[in-house]
Design a protein around this ligand. Structure first.
Ligand SMILES: CC(C)(COP(=O)(O)OP(=O)(O)OC[C@H]1O[C@@H](n2cnc3c(N)ncnc32)[C@H](O)[C@@H]1OP(=O)(O)O)[C@@H](O)C(=O)NCCC(=O)NCCS
Length: 352
């Protein structure tokens, strides 16, 4: 398991301490940096909390709530990744904002190529999954809306991919109420692009502490940090894989585990899931059980195993995404205590 709290060993050499302490931080993630102040200041140190924009050998650039700060690495006393902030009251899986959760989830399913336009994230992975091949229009695009959409259309055309936007809102939201959604519909973009499973996708969250624990009857689960050919083959039974891109996406997060359950007789993998590891959060992807082995508690066992890893590693909150048209899937997640946090739709360019 990767280091879950981001702490790094202390370095006795003050010249290099700031380097070591900030080496593992995630660009685009939320960080807290304890920073040495100049002599003569009222305090000896202060904390900066915000999004890590960039880092090089000499500096860290952090966007705090009020300003962009440039921190000299040699003056960094301690630094670590922290979970997204609370935007409302509730437990960790309830109080995160939809925007922050979307940005976090994008790190759980990294594309092969990640572009940026202001705060917007442009993702491409040779067409493997909507999430890894769509624009995440969160925050400020740094251009007027129409120009920003033009930019995205050119970016995808250069890659021979259709332009797809992943637009989110409250459960049941009206796409025209989101400015980018409204502008895309005006251009003829189609919600779902003709695919029922893309029309509405539910983002569900739950508490790792609320998931039922593994029991003595639970089938044995293997959790592997590496992606095995056998796991990939079983994953390919549920959705088309794109050789190269699929492996890159599945292994592209800062940390992930590949879980599987085998049939005792045949020895074949009959149930699998992928867990993405974040600071304070676990993400669940690709839960699948072979049709002949369903309703025997195998998927529950996988999620129980993920929740156990989450609890042991200070990850109180879990997220997942499930198509609203997958009624059995939604029922399954509800049976384990998960609830809808927000939802999104894919808006697909008309010519695609
Ligand atoms: C959804 C899925 C993973 C469930 O796997 P499973 O091993 O059959 O699930 P479990 O046996 O652990 O079910 C636990 C509970 O979930 C609910 N549930 C599971 N399948 C259900 C279904 N088809 N209809 C209604 N409820 C269902 C039930 O409450 C069930 O408890 P019960 O059997 O005591 O009634 C499986 O059907 C599957 O692989 N589907 C295709 C892929 C998919 O939809 N993945 C999930 C979306 S991300």
């Amino acid at each position: 398991m990767p280091d879950m709290n981001g702490d790094t060993a202390s370095d006795p050499n003050p010249e290099t301490a700031g380097h070591r302490l900030s080496a593992g931080l995630t660009i685009g993630g939320r960080v807290v940096v304890r920073y040495r102040l100049e002599e003569g200041s009222d305090a000896s140190a202060t904390d900066f909390v915000g999004e890590l924009i960039a880092r090089n050998d000499d500096f860290l650039i952090v966007d705090t709530r009020t300003e962009r700060v440039k921190l000299i690495r040699a003056d960094v006393i301690a630094a670590k990744d922290v979970p997204p902030p609370a935007s409302r009251a509730g437990r960790p899986h309830e109080r995160v904002s939809a925007d922050d959760l979307e940005k976090l989830m994008a790190k759980g399913w990294e594309p092969v190529e990640r572009g940026g336009l202001g705060d917007w994230i442009l993702r491409a992975a040779a067409g493997f999954t909507g999430r890894a091949n769509s624009v995440l229009p969160v925050g400020d695009a740094s251009l007027p809306l129409d120009k920003a959409i033009d930019f995205c259309e050119r970016w995808y055309a250069e890659r021979d991919l259709p332009t797809i936007f992943q637009v989110h809102g409250e459960p049941g939201f009206d796409v025209t109420s989101v400015p980018v959604g409204d502008a895309l519909l005006e251009r003829g973009y189609l919600a779902g692009g003709g695919r029922d499973d893309w029309d509405r996708v539910l983002v569900m969250t739950g508490a790792s502490a609320a998931v039922p624990p593994l029991t003595i009857e639970s089938a044995p689960v293997v959790a592997d940090a590496a992606l095995s050919p056998e796991w990939l083959l079983a994953f390919g039974e549920q959705r088309p894989i794109v050789p190269g891109a699929t492996e890159a996406v599945l292994t592209g997060s800062d940390g992930q585990l590949f879980l599987s359950i085998r049939d005792e007789e045949s020895g074949r993998i009959v149930a699998l899931a992928r867990m993405a590891i974040h600071v304070g959060w676990a993400g669940i992807f690709g839960v699948w059980v072979h049709p002949e082995h369903r309703r025997r508690g195998l998927a529950t066992t996988l999620v129980s195993a993920i929740a156990m890893v989450a609890r042991e590693n200070a990850m109180p909150a879990i997220y997942l995404q499930v198509s609203a048209d997958n009624a059995p899937g939604v029922d399954f997640w509800r049976s384990l205590g998960f609830d809808v946090h927000h939802e999104y739709t894919y808006l697909v360019q008309p010519s695609a």
